[in-house]
Design a protein around this ligand. Structure first.
Ligand SMILES: [Zn+2]
Length: 370
């Protein structure tokens, strides 16, 4: 089977990335700071992991009413997403430590939360980070094929008229799909986007099933055995935990690449993008609430995706400090730097994108046909 290898051809010989990289390197050298995790990052990791596993322990202690346990399960859902953003995402990028064994050890929490490190490395680190917002290559813009239309390449159906409403409900299913379906489908797919995935290492097949099994035991079998609740009460708790986790994951992911400013860029007939890779990243990525301490504390580096996409191997804890360098260099080179001031402006913008490719596209079609 042949795979289309997409290339970035920088016809303009842009000096933007070389310049911003030098300036960022200089910042770390002059201040004698490591690009990896610092004390605050370790505190953050302990806080998120500690809270999540404390909630799990408290629920299993069987000392609380079903309603209190439900609230704790919902909080666990949010904290699972925060661990993904603040701890695992950095570790899987190799941004947590300069020692790869440490990165791998920290990344294990991703497996323990029901996801799969290997699949994430291929779909996110390689495919999404290289081919951001390129239809047919970046599977992150194939959110719920058939149900959500977010590019002009997707077939337009009557139900898309309402996608700006039900889209947000679909996000609530993101982690349930992740835990029960998505990883298996992607793991055994021959190609992810246009990237060859025909030969996953055998040890990864073992890890996929081992950790999924561990997750089902820890989060389904053990609670059912230990807790004094009925099976339907358990199902409500488990679903609410995942709806919360899915909503947080879905929203934060979409606000970075599917807002009004960010572009979807098609490869040309030769299968190339005629732009430097870094310029492509700046055109397809947006920050939100980047000045907000709370947003950065909760979202890890994901509200500062511009810095993250340029420097995925720098720990997110440093992004607030390097963002002014990136912003100023982008201005100097006339390169876009997209930043939605608040979470809600980004949310509103994403809503408009869903409407643009759904209800507006249908209205436009009716107008053309009339
Ligand atoms: Zn990333």
């Amino acid at each position: 089977m042949s795979f289309v290898k997409l290339r970035f051809i920088d016809k303009n010989k842009s000096q933007f990335f070389a310049t911003v990289r030098n300036r960022v390197d200089q910042y770390f050298e002059e201040n004698e700071i490591s690009k990896k995790a610092n004390g605050l990052m370790i505190f953050k990791s302990v806080f998120y992991l500690g809270t999540f596993f404390t909630l799990y322990g408290l629920i299993l202690s069987n000392q609380f009413s079903p309603l209190t346990m439900l609230w704790m399960a919902i909080a666990m859902g949010a904290f699972a997403a925060f661990i993904g953003f603040n701890v695992a995402h950095d570790a899987i990028h190799g941004a947590y430590s300069s020692n790869d064994n440490v990165n791998e050890a920290v990344a294990m929490f991703f497996n323990i939360l029901g996801a799969n490190v290997y699949v994430w490395k291929v779909t996110h680190n390689v495919v999404h980070h290289t081919y951001t917002n390129i239809p047919g290559h970046d599977e992150d813009i194939e959110i719920a094929p058939g149900l959500l239309r977010v590019t002009d390449h997707d077939a337009l159906k009557p139900l898309h008229k309402y996608q700006h409403v039900y889209g947000f409900l679909l996000y609530c299913f993101a982690s349930l799909s992740w835990v029960f379906r998505k990883d298996y489908v992607k793991f055994f797919k021959e190609r992810i986007g246009q990237t060859d995935n025909s030969m996953p290492p055998k040890v990864e097949i073992f890890k996929l099933f081992f950790f999924k099994f561990l997750y089902y035991i820890a989060f389904i079998v053990v609670p059912l055995l230990v807790l004094d609740i009925t099976w339907w009460q358990f199902i409500i708790g488990f679903l609410c935990m995942h709806f919360m986790e899915g909503a947080v994951l879905g929203l934060v992911f979409q606000l970075a690449h599917l807002v009004e400013q960010t572009e979807l860029i098609d490869a040309n007939e030769q299968g190339n993008i005629e732009e430097a890779w870094a310029i492509h990243q700046m055109k397809t990525t947006a920050n939100f609430a980047s000045q907000s301490f709370l947003a950065t504390w909760l979202c890890g580096g994901l509200n500062m995706q511009v810095e993250h996409h340029l420097f995925p191997k720098i720990c997110h804890i440093h992004y607030p400090q390097i963002s002014s360098i990136v912003r100023e260099t982008a201005e100097e080179f006339g390169v876009p730097y997209y930043d939605n001031k608040t979470f809600f402006t980004a949310l509103q913008s994403h809503y408009k994108v869903l409407k643009h490719y759904g209800a507006d596209a249908l209205a436009q079609r009716r107008f053309v046909q009339a």
